[in-house]
Design a protein around this ligand. Structure first.
Ligand code: ZN
Length: 181
C-alpha cells in the first residue's frame, strides 16, 4: 500500500505538468516520448537536448531565467558534466523529494528494471544510483552530443561557473540536505 505523494509544495512550473494517474506525480517533460508514452525510468535524450537548447527546464519545460540547476551524484558534480538536463533549482528540489528513484535509498533505476525505451548512457558515465546527491547551481550551461555505450550518441550537458553546491544524503532512509561546513 503506497500513499499518494504530497503535491502541496510543488513549484509553479511543476503544477503546469500533467499528473501521472498511477503514481500521482507530475510528469517531467524529459520523461515523455514522441509516441506520448511516459517512462519515469529513462530520460528521452532527444527531448532533453531540445529543451536545453531552447533554454527550458528539463522537468517543467518553462524558460530557465537566471541560474540553472543540475542534479546528479558527486562524480558528475566534480566533472561538471551531466546526462540529465538543466532545470530550475526549485524543480530539482521537488525531484529530490518526489522522484521515486532519488527519494528512496533502495529504489532502483538501471540494470534490474526493464527499460521500456532502451535508454542508453554516455561512455564514461555511470548509470548507478549515487549514495549522495549534489544539487549544483551554475550561471550557464552548454550542451553537446557524446558517444553512448550502445554505439549511438546521447546529449551531455556542461556546467558553467558553479555558484553553489548543495549536498543531500540518506539519513535513516530519508534524503536530507547535508549542512555545508
Ligand atoms: Zn522547472
Amino acid at each position: 500500500m503506497t500513499t499518494r505523494p504530497d503535491l502541496s509544495q510543488l513549484p509553479y512550473g511543476l503544477t503546469t505538468r500533467p499528473v501521472d494517474p498511477r503514481r500521482g506525480l507530475p510528469i517531467p517533460a524529459v520523461n515523455v516520448y514522441p509516441d506520448g508514452e511516459v517512462d519515469f525510468i529513462s530520460i528521452n535524450g532527444a527531448k532533453a537536448m531540445e529543451l536545453a537548447v531552447r533554454g527550458r527546464c528539463g522537468l517543467c519545460a518553462l524558460p530557465l531565467i537566471g541560474p540553472v540547476a543540475f542534479l546528479g551524484g558527486p562524480k558528475a558534480a566534480e566533472a561538471g558534466f551531466y546526462s540529465d538536463p538543466p532545470m530550475h533549482e526549485e524543480c530539482a528540489e521537488a525531484a529530490l523529494t518526489l522522484c521515486p528513484h532519488i527519494a528512496r535509498p533502495h529504489a532502483r533505476r538501471a540494470s534490474e528494471r526493464r527499460r521500456e525505451h532502451d535508454a542508453t548512457h554516455a561512455v564514461g558515465f555511470s548509470d548507478e544510483k549515487p549514495s549522495e546527491w549534489v544539487l549544483l547551481v551554475c550561471d550557464e550551461y552548454g550542451s553537446a552530443l557524446t558517444p553512448a555505450v550502445d554505439g549511438g550518441v546521447v546529449p551531455v550537458f556542461v556546467v558553467g561557473k558553479v555558484l553553489r553546491a548543495r549536498r543531500f544524503g540518506y539519513q535513516d532512509g530519508v534524503l536530507t540536505e547535508i549542512a555545508q561546513e
